[in-house]
Design a protein around this ligand. Structure first.
Ligand code: BGP
Length: 487
């Protein structure tokens, strides 16, 4: 079957400000929740750095989904002997012209990036935005226009101004909805005539709030209430965006993995249904505009019966439905009866190979996810993250022969093409995660690389930051040139 994709298909790459941008204390940017996270490794996970009023230093562990609780009197601090990856990241802040030219060289017609909330509102609750921050993104968008690349903007990628987390307890506080909507209005006024595609949040099903100190919230009910506030904030942004920019299209991004029952035992299959609802809960509520009746069983599983949801909230959710559903896809998971309800990587899958980080490689799972989402929601979908984190060995010129990455992408893009051409899924585009190497979200390391372009930087931020095309760069260029025919 021909792999060629529909005319106008959007091909590109995706990044996040605190993993890519750097310049953390430049241009009037305020501090972000991620600025206090150190680097880590699989053996020695990353942590936040806090100080108690008596001077004691705390280093609560911080994983992708949860973080150790922090006493409310603890204040975030930077420690001299720690490395904080978001501060420099790979310095897109000073390399944006070079980076966008490199991406344009591959034929990208879309670039997904996130706007750093604290670059626009350094504290988050002030009335006037930071002009220097707006100007930076103006310049980025102008550069994209030069190469006819469509911006795909993530309004909030897993983060918030630290001040909002500390003063209000982050998304657990309804007031933060107003701060977010004010921030959105500023972006729509400034960039609305130039940007059509917007994502209100990144991986909203994985972020889960932000507790009082800027770490991830661990209490079940507080977390689900925080999620509800994010749903309302997103719907308000969609309503406002549609009013201010009639051509605009809104999505929110979900962390999706294929999920298999470990066996054909009915109990394992039923467990799969329950575990899957941890994803559907987010997608259904935002894309259909109401809480499905099963929502109550999800809450009960987490130990509570109801949330504070007003009649006005219900109206807003209904009116602010998403236009498309976007998601990240890296891997599949397997679940069986006695695994935790939401289980990433609980039971292993004997039929799949893993990446060095233990993530099963599963291209057919991508096709399955695309079908499942489209069948369920019947709105266009958009794959806004996919890729393979690998340890790349660069030669003395920074060149990497990344055949393993080409193989991963070839299989995933072919599966995507089949979902579109054979199964009839309406997919707007594909943005590969980290087209230029950047800092890993889960570990803060550099050695987990995704890019088509190598960046000379190590896990502690040392290196020239020189950008060098890998073997996969020319391969992907050819795939885009032929609009998928060469797959
Ligand atoms: C997603 C995030 C990204 C990104 C990616 C890869 O969950 O939206 O920000 O980093 O995962 O994950 P990692 O960097 O941990 O390999």
């Amino acid at each position: 079957m021909m792999k060629q994709l529909p005319k106008g298909f959007l091909w590109g790459g995706a990044t996040a400000d605190f993993q890519y941008e750097g310049g953390f204390n430049e241009g009037g940017r305020g501090l972000l929740s991620h600025d206090f996270e150190t680097d880590g490794s699989q053996e020695n996970p990353r942590h936040h750095t806090f100080q108690m009023p008596d001077g004691t230093i705390l280093k609560p562990r911080s994983s992708f989904f949860y973080a150790d609780p922090v006493p409310s009197e603890a204040k975030p601090v930077f420690l001299d002997d720690q490395y904080y990856p978001s501060h420099q990241a790979v310095d897109f802040y000073h390399h944006y012209k070079e980076d966008i030219a490199l991406m344009a060289g591959m034929g990208f017609n879309v670039f997904r990036f996130s706007i750093c909330w604290s670059r626009i509102y350094p504290l988050g609750d002030e009335e006037t935005p930071n002009e220097e921050g707006l100007k930076f993104y103006d310049e980025v968008i102008s550069e994209l226009e030069k190469y006819h690349m469509e911006p795909l903007i993530t309004i909030c990628h897993d983060e918030m101004p630290m001040h909002l987390a500390l003063k209000y307890g982050g998304w657990s506080n309804r007031y933060v909805i107003d701060c977010y909507v004010k921030y959105c209005k500023t972006l729509f006024e400034r960039f609305g005539t130039r940007c059509k595609y917007w994502l209100t949040f990144n991986e909203i099903n994985a972020v889960r709030g932000f507790g009082p100190c800027g770490t991830r919230e661990s209490d079940g009910k507080v977390r689900y209430q925080a999620d509800h506030h994010m749903f309302v904030a997103s719907a308000k942004a969609v309503i406002l965006g549609h009013q201010m920019m009639p051509e605009s299209m809104f999505g929110t991004m979900y962390a999706m993995s294929e999920l298999y029952p470990a066996t054909c035992k009915p109990e394992d299959i039923f467990k799969r249904l329950q575990a899957r609802r941890e994803n559907w809960y987010f997608i259904d509520t935002m894309a259909r505009g109401y809480y499905h009746p099963y929502a109550k069983s999800v809450w009960q599983h987490h130990g509570f019966d109801s949330l504070e949801i007003t009649e006005e909230d219900k109206e807003i959710l209904k009116e602010g439905q998403l236009d498309f559903v976007s998601f990240s896809y890296y891997r599949s998971n397997t679940v069986k009866k006695d695994d935790l309800w939401f289980n990433v990587g609980g039971s292993s899958n004997p039929y799949l190979e893993n990446t060095p980080w233990g993530w099963p490689v599963d291209p057919l799972g991508l096709r399955h996810c695309m079908n499942e989402i489209y069948d369920r929601i019947q709105k266009p979908i958009f794959i806004v993250e996919n890729g393979m984190g690998a340890i790349d060995e660069a030669d003395e010129n920074g060149y990497v022969e990344d055949d393993y990455r080409i193989e991963y992408l070839q299989k995933h893009l072919s599966a995507m093409a089949d979902a579109i051409n054979i199964d009839g899924v309406d997919c707007l585009g594909y943005t590969m995660w980290g087209p230029i190497d950047l800092v890993s979200l889960s570990t803060g390391e550099m050695k987990k690389r995704y890019g088509f372009i190598y960046v000379d930087m190590d896990d502690k931020g040392n290196g020239t930051l020189k950008r060098t095309k890998k073997k996969s760069y020319d391969w992907m260029k050819h795939i885009i040139e032929t609009n998928g025919k060469a797959l």
